[in-house]
Design a protein around this ligand. Structure first.
Ligand code: C2E
Ligand code: MG
Ligand code: MG
Ligand code: MG
Length: 280
């Protein structure tokens, strides 16, 4: 009986794998079409000063407007695009669109807000990335100080020296770099020391239960204190409650991002926010 059950389980499992594979083959084909049919959009989520809640930056977040499925989350297609290499053309599109939008915001206001763009490790480590960036800046006229990149520690997997050199080159042209999702995966505290980054983003996993989980609160406090000693700016992600904001203000976190302040939204909605354009 156990054997039969085992076999059933195996059959079921195999069927599941086939289904998943078929779905991802389809998704892969659709992803290819998505670029040429202009189905991607960028949403923007404000990043605010912790104490005042004033907008200090924006994070660009990709969305896929699928003809049947509606708005598709990047969580479902970015990992696949990274596996297939499609992240390269998609990432180029994101970079260009974000710079165009940021340049338009800059032109509309007296001073701009920096726009942060997520860069996959594959894209970051690829030859020609720096040249691509310089080309997009030249084409859009965006001041480099208004562009930021968010990278994750996986950029280090294929050699830390190259990543460090690239971050320094970006820094030299005026683009700042943040270490995203810090504290998850294989984050090591020494990355904060070794990478010439200027910001660290604490992952939502630590923020979610910061009011009730003493260990997570201790980790957050430790990272904030240490980062400040290294002259890094600290952003906390996923703030949903006022009490979380108050707690993070007490812990001297610099910047916050989360649904409490604003959800990611299309560019045109941003322009009608009362707090936009930003305060001096
Ligand atoms: P991320 O870079 O860590 O982005 C933050 C994610 O947290 C976003 O999810 C954002 O919508 C979500 N978020 C913000 N505030 C809250 C909150 O208060 N509560 C909750 N529950 N979630 C909040 P999103 O837009 O679904 O993006 C997911 C991930 O997909 C991003 O995580 C990033 O890793 C990746 N991604 C998004 N856009 C791009 C892109 O243009 N290029 C690349 N390479 N990756 C991207
Ligand atoms: Mg990010
Ligand atoms: Mg993040
Ligand atoms: Mg995250």
């Amino acid at each position: 009986e156990a054997k039969q059950q085992g076999r059933n389980t195996w059959h079921w499992y195999q069927g599941d794998v086939q289904r998943v594979t078929r779905e991802s083959v389809l998704l892969r084909q659709e992803l290819h079409a998505a670029l040429s049919h202009d189905q991607f959009e960028l949403f923007y989520q404000p990043i605010v000063e912790a104490v005042s809640g004033r907008i200090r930056g924006l994070e660009a977040l990709i969305r896929w407007r699928h003809p049947e499925k509606g708005l598709v989350s990047p969580i479902t297609f970015i990992p696949l695009a990274e596996q297939t290499g499609q992240i390269i053309p998609i990432g180029r599109w994101v970079l260009r669109r974000a710079c165009q939008d940021a340049a338009a915001l800059y032109a509309a206001g007296e001073r701009g807000v920096p726009v942060a763009v997520n860069i996959s490790s594959l894209q970051f480590r690829r030859d020609g990335f720096l040249e691509d960036v310089q080309q997009v800046l030249a084409d859009t006229g965006l001041p480099p100080a208004l562009l930021e990149f968010e990278i994750t520690e996986s950029v280090l997997l294929d050699g830390a020296d190259q990543a460090i050199e690239l971050i320094n080159q970006l820094k030299n042209i005026g683009i700042q770099v943040a270490l995203d999702d810090f504290g998850t995966g294989f984050s090591s505290l020494s990355y904060l020391r070794d990478l010439p980054i200027h910001k660290v983003k604490l992952d939502r996993a630590f923020i979610k239960d910061i009011l009730t989980n003493r260990c997570n609160a201790a980790i957050v406090q430790g990272i904030i204190t240490m980062a400040h000693h290294m002259e890094l700016v600290v952003i906390a992600e996923g703030i949903e409650e006022r009490e979380q904001q108050e707690d993070l203000v007490r812990r001297e976190c610099d910047l916050l991002q989360g649904f409490l302040f604003a959800k990611p939204m299309p560019l045109k909605d941003l322009l009608s926010l009362p707090d936009f354009l930003p305060h001096p």
